[in-house]
Ligand binder design. Sequence first.
Ligand code: NAP
Length: 357
Amino acid sequence: MKDKINVGVLGATGMVGQNYISLLADHPWFRVNHVAASSRSAGKTYGEAVRGRWHLTGDVPGSLRDITVSTIDEIELAREKCTFVFSALGSHVAREYEERYAVAGIPVVSNASAHRSTPDVPMVIPEINYHHLDIIPIQQRTRGWVRGFIVVKPNCSLQSYMTPLYALHEKFGLKQAVITTMQAVSGAGHPGVSSLDIMDNVIPFIQGEEEKSENEPLKILGSIDGSVISNNEKVKISAHCNRVPVIHGHTACVSVEFERKPTRDEILGTWKDFRGISPKYDLPSSPRRAIIYREEPDRPQPRLDRDAGNGMTVVVGRLRDCNVLHYRFVGLSHNTVRGAAGGGILNGELLVAMGYL
Ligand code: NAP
């Protein structure tokens, strides 16, 4: 790409926002030239705004340390300065402001849950349902938005099992799955769960997470139906979501049944051959392999496997027969990279490659 595209980050000072800043600092296609957050950060340089609450290894990228943080109300300024924005806003403000940016003609690529169940907003994992982006012109027409639109990514826990399930669904038809997640503490943001609650412990409840884990896959596997995306209601998912004392990396134990039971070799071959995003798009954040299968009996593990493909690859293992459904396996992905900022950036890259930005 000859000239970099100017982008903004809303909620740039939060946990996910910091990941955006870190991943975008040297991005080959995008240049961050606008950052916005709440009034407690606005007016400060980015370096001052995150002093004492920078959560990542290494320092604030030098190229962005001195950029001034705006408020999210400065929409006209954002429109002058950037082609589109990534949103890592807290959920309580995301719905209103993401719509205000879209109305103002600024496309929004969001991490927040606010619009995930909005029927004309595509919720995209590029390896799976990139074709849902075809709803963008319909969304714009229905809402009278000229240049703006909203695209979201799903909940972070889904990433550890959706791509492996989708690869199999394409060939064998997914019927039902029972999924137990073991989710890292970073998924709750900062400060998140207190250390006294999570050390030496497992918390078998994450507010709203089981509903997201059961419903969001149905939209991702759904199809555009007129002016909305209809869920695939044929698939049934039952989820148990647990918070565990792991810093990064969500793990999921999955039992699954298909329309046609594949052989073990068919499953392994399908994962091995799964191409993911079409190579014609050549996206900088796309991992070389979307899915890696580990043969060792004790993998995947968060500490050993979360950084596969720079945190963008889903690692699976422990494929075996299930006494109740057809098969069982374990999936793992990096929740703050693939599950948050990395997944959002990949959506932004896909939108550029497909000509929407
Ligand atoms: P966070 O650490 O609480 O950060 C929230 C960001 O929103 C901060 O930049 C904050 O600015 C800004 N903000 C909060 N209230 C605001 C207001 N009234 N006006 C303007 N800006 C405001 O949250 P997070 O963990 O990064 O999560 C961000 C979003 O991503 C959430 O919607 C979350 O559900 C979603 N998400 C999180 C994860 C994860 O792994 N953590 C994964 C997937 C999706 P200040 O710093 O100035 O307060």
